[in-house]
Design a protein around this ligand. Structure first.
Ligand SMILES: *[C@@H]1O[C@H](CO)[C@@H](O)[C@H](O)[C@H]1NC(C)=O
Ligand SMILES: *[C@@H]1O[C@H](CO)[C@@H](O)[C@H](O)[C@H]1NC(C)=O
Length: 268
């Protein structure tokens, strides 16, 4: 059996792999000393990140067997370190070529994992595990995504002569909330937002509001997700003329003017 590392083909004994994986599996059920609650790492889609793991007290760990893993995956191995190098045989395919550790840092007991170009599906609880020392450190990773909303005109609400505005924002994780505000920053009441989750795990949200004439006629659609500390907003100005009865002639003129303005203003 061979595997590729640094572009070189290296023969690796099947026997050794089996021993290491048996060792890791055997010790998996044992009581590990957990050091505190999981550390939280928040990242944005596509970031290169570090999941921290520092042995305390610091010691040279280069020759130890260590594992980064996720118990919710099969196989659970994100990165296995054995005999001074990475053992790639049983690595989960989702992490192929994206996970690494620094051998220099290992001499100081720092087994932090570098993960490149993170995906939404990388979100989860990671375990940094030293079987010989019976020690584990947990890190919770949340990978988020955010994008700016776009506002479009949905029509005129006949009964009230209010203007209906639609706000739509694609590409969020986790699911965000949508708020409408007037020019003074007051919350406007809108119907419940519509949320769709795409095959890429990302959410698309849309929300419709009917607005009446206001002193400034300036409206904001704000999309936010507190867990990843992200807020995006887009403003729109609705000309005053537009709030008159839709049957009048000036309204249809205003309508075409408004369409022009919408395109100009929804650019972020
Ligand atoms: C190694 O340690 C240095 C200094 O603390 C740090 O900047 C770097 O990100 C570490 N590398 C990894 C892969 O953990
Ligand atoms: C959230 O983001 C704002 C602006 O980007 C920043 O000032 C603030 O420190 C962040 N808060 C947290 C809890 O990360």
């Amino acid at each position: 059996m061979v595997y590729i590392k640094d572009g070189l083909l290296r023969p690796v004994s099947v026997f050794r792999h089996i021993v290491v994986l048996l060792l890791l599996n055997h010790l998996r059920g044992g009581q590990s000393q957990e050091t505190g609650p999981p550390q939280l790492v928040v990242a944005m889609l596509g970031d290169d990140i570090i999941l921290p793991c520092q042995l305390e007290p610091p010691m040279n760990a280069v020759s130890m067997t260590m594992e980064w893993g996720r118990r919710d995956l099969e196989p659970r191995f994100v990165l296995v370190w054995h005999d001074g190098q990475e053992l790639l045989t049983d690595q989960n395919k989702a992490y192929k070529g994206r996970a690494s550790v620094s051998i220099n840092n290992l001499t100081l007991g720092d087994f932090s994992l570098r993960l490149s170009s993170v995906k939404i599906s990388d979100s989860g609880t990671y375990r940094c595990y030293f079987p010989k020392l019976n020690k584990e450190y947990l890190v919770e990773l949340l990978v988020g995504a955010a994008s700016s909303p776009a506002i479009s005109l949905a029509g005129i609400h006949k009964a009230t002569s209010g203007v209906m505005l639609d706000c739509r924002s694609e590409g969020w994780y986790p699911e965000p909330e949508v708020l409408w505000l007037d020019g003074e920053g007051n919350l406007l009441s809108a119907g419940p937002p519509e949320t769709v989750r795409g095959p890429d795990d990302l959410y698309t949200v849309s929300s419709r509001v009917t607005v009446e004439k206001r002193p400034s006629n300036r409206f904001t659609c704000r999309v936010q997700q507190k867990n990843i500390n992200q807020t995006r907003e887009t403003h729109i100005y609705v000309p005053e003329d537009f709030f008159v009865s839709p049957s009048s002639c000036s309204a249809s003129v205003a309508m075409s003017v408004l369409f022009g303005l919408m395109f100009a203003l929804t650019v972020v």
